[in-house]
Design a protein around this ligand. Structure first.
Ligand SMILES: Cc1cc2nc3c(=O)[nH]c(=O)nc-3n(C[C@H](O)[C@H](O)[C@H](O)COP(=O)(O)OP(=O)(O)OC[C@H]3O[C@@H](n4cnc5c(N)ncnc54)[C@H](O)[C@@H]3O)c2cc1C
Length: 398
């Protein structure tokens, strides 16, 4: 099927790259276009690390999908020829005792139900196992040995190399300006330099830029900015942030938004970020910077929770953008009234960990096969009644 079919993929972040590789594997002749360079400095996929977790509160569909992805991340450490996925395990810690409805408790019970050797931790155990945390700061929580983080920027580099070696036509330095419409269908795209690229199926995977390339998407996704901080611990303290003693973490994440990572194996920095409501802005806005207020909030958190980082220099900050949907689920569907166009975006700050399945989810939609995960990624025609992504601190605009 489709040996003679052509696909044009717009955007070479993790959505576009995985879609391109999956479509090529199904016999499509694929052209991948990005404004570049790739990894693009403003792209969400470009970062030193992204969390890889199956801890999704009471959402079994995401947890089950992550069980598949985790296996594939481990395989990718071999197939991609370098270790990009670091399985440090994850800790989700709670300031108060975990309650039935708390994010941490819902994760804990579902992990146990899946026979994951999760360990519940009280305040003393947290301090004994993970000494970087201020004693008594968290009263409860758990350590899940499954999961950790992936070096996302390097993953993008590896996937581009794989795309080129798979004879995918990769065109960088090309900005998509619009679509070619013929006979009521989308038949490709026009580029800012006036040239065109034609294809039977076009996939729009331009992340937080997507609602600017396809304005009707503005009802579905909006670009929101979220702060990321990279701190350098003192040399004599660095050991307490190494993976075995400081796992990828959420610190009362659904109530505070704070999460972070162990000492980065290459950068020697500790990344801490905030998973909150975010601030709406254009991906190329000049005020796309972390504010003083956000730095003050970060300082207050580390002063209280991670004393060894209280005075650590912040080496880098970044305001990274989500393509945010109202319910926090991704958007992967045929564009209504635009035959030939598939939209693949809506990451809402948590999609990269699903990279090993995202390509198939998008290719299935291109081939009008099944919609993944009970159809939750379909185009929304009504307002959300329930928010997904239980780890997110929706309330606060970080
Ligand atoms: C602060 C932050 C923290 C995150 N943490 C995690 C995490 O811990 N775990 C996790 O699983 N996920 C996380 N995510 C989400 C993850 O980063 C995204 O889900 C994923 O990277 C989205 O990939 P994408 O391909 O949709 O977009 P992007 O990576 O942004 O790629 C879009 C591409 O489109 C190109 N493009 C845009 N417009 C045009 C145009 N007009 N013409 C040509 N090319 C164009 C850009 O150059 C870019 O390369 C986080 C995101 C942020 C912002």
């Amino acid at each position: 099927m489709s040996a003679d079919r052509t696909a044009l993929v717009l955007g070479a972040g993790v959505f576009g790259l995985e879609a391109s590789l999956a479509l090529a594997a199904r016999g499509f002749a694929v052209t991948l276009v990005d404004e570049g360079p790739v990894p693009h400095p403003l792209a969400a996929s470009t970062d030193v690390s992204k969390a890889v977790r199956m801890d999704y509160g009471d959402d079994d569909a995401y947890a089950d999908a992550m069980l598949v992805c985790l296996e594939r991340w481990r395989e990718r450490n071999a197939s991609l020829g370098e270790k990009l996925f670091h399985e440090t395990g994850v800790t989700y810690l709670s300031r108060d005792a975990m309650t039935e409805e708390s994010f941490e408790h819902q994760c804990y019970t579902r992990l146990r139900a899946r026979n994951i050797p999760v360990e519940r931790l009280d305040s003393a155990a947290i301090h004994q196992r993970f000494p970087a945390w201020r004693e008594g700061f968290h009263r409860d929580g758990y350590f899940n040995p499954v999961g950790g983080f992936v070096e996302s920027g390097r993953l993008v580099e590896a996937l581009v190399a794989k795309a080129v070696s798979t004879r995918i036509q990769v065109t960088l330095g090309a900005r998509v300006a619009g679509f070619i419409e013929r006979g009521g269908a989308v038949r490709g795209a026009t580029l800012a330099d006036g040239s065109t690229r034609e294809a039977d199926i076009t996939v729009l995977a331009t992340g937080a830029w997507s609602s600017f390339v396809l304005p009707e998407l503005a009802t579905q996704v909006r670009p929101t900015g979220h702060p990321v901080f990279l701190l350098r611990p003192r040399a004599e303290d660095a050991h307490v942030f190494e993976g075995a003693r400081f796992a990828t973490f959420g610190s009362d994440i659904a109530r505070t938004g704070w999460y972070g990572f162990p000492l980065h194996p290459r950068e020697g920095l500790v990344k801490i970020a905030h998973h909150g409501g975010g601030r709406e802005l254009h991906p190329e806005a000049i005020d796309r910077v972390v504010t003083d207020g956000q730095i003050t909030a970060l300082r207050a958190f580390v002063r209280d929770a991670l004393p060894a980082l209280a005075d650590a220099p912040i080496e880098r900050t970044r305001l990274c953008l989500y393509a945010d949907t109202e319910d926090g689920h991704f958007l992967i569907d045929n564009a209504p009234s635009r035959e030939g166009l598939v939209v693949a975006t809506g990451d809402s700050g948590h999609a990269l960990k699903f990279a090993p399945l995202i390509g198939e989810w998008i290719a299935d939609v291109c081939e009008r096969r099944a919609h993944a995960l009970d159809g939750r990624f379909r185009w929304r025609h009504t307002r959300a009644t329930r928010r997904g992504e239980a780890a997110r601190h929706w309330g606060e605009h970080g």
